[in-house]
Write a protein that binds this ligand. Structure first.
Ligand SMILES: Nc1nc2c(ncn2[C@@H]2O[C@H](COP(=O)(O)OP(=O)(O)OP(=O)(O)O)[C@@H](O)[C@H]2O)c(=O)[nH]1
Ligand SMILES: [Mg+2]
Length: 140
């Protein structure tokens, strides 16, 4: 089966943008063979970020996470290629930078669990939902 059309959603968080890490992160994605299909820079509304993180509503870190992600411009991407969703999660590394392995994006660039540089969809189902949320239903 050819899965080269697999797609996932990736967001470079405000710290990644403000620290000038966009080029480095795109390079790491492209070096795997995955491709950036769509990309734009935007300051997100509270509403769309709350929707993206809806699974975490009610947890103690929900509001600080939404506040952080809306604190500055982010880069939104659709990343495409076989196994895109799972490969991106491996490239990103663990959520808490304390646990993220060297060589991963979070392991190399993050020290803070909120300012952890990058978001990637956590399942193929999340990927379809998040691509529709940020790039419109036609792109899902
Ligand atoms: N302060 C705090 N923040 C957390 C905690 N767990 C998650 N977060 C934040 O909330 C975001 C979403 O959490 P998860 O979806 O569980 O983690 P993730 O999938 O690795 O991260 P995303 O790709 O951003 O969704 C994380 O990236 C963190 O910034 C926590 O225990 N404490
Ligand atoms: Mg998540």
């Amino acid at each position: 089966m050819n899965n080269s059309g697999d797609r996932t959603f990736v967001m470079i968080k405000p710290d990644g943008v403000s620290r000038g890490l966009v080029g480095e992160i795109v390079s790491r994605i492209e070096a795997t063979g995955l491709r950036v299909e769509q990309m734009r820079l935007e300051r997100l509304s509270q509403e769309i970020v709350e929707e993206n993180y809806a699974e975490h509503r009610g947890k103690e870190f929900f509001e600080p996470t939404v506040a952080y992600v809306t604190s500055g411009p982010v880069v939104l991407m659709i990343v495409t290629g076989t196994g895109a969703q799972a490969i991106m999660r491996k490239l990103m590394g663990a959520t808490n930078p304390t646990d993220a392995a060297p060589g991963t994006i979070r392991g190399d660039f993050a020290l803070d669990i909120s300012a952890n540089v990058i978001h990637g969809s956590d399942s193929p189902e999340s990927a379809a939902r998040e691509i529709a949320l940020f790039f419109g239903g036609r792109e899902a």
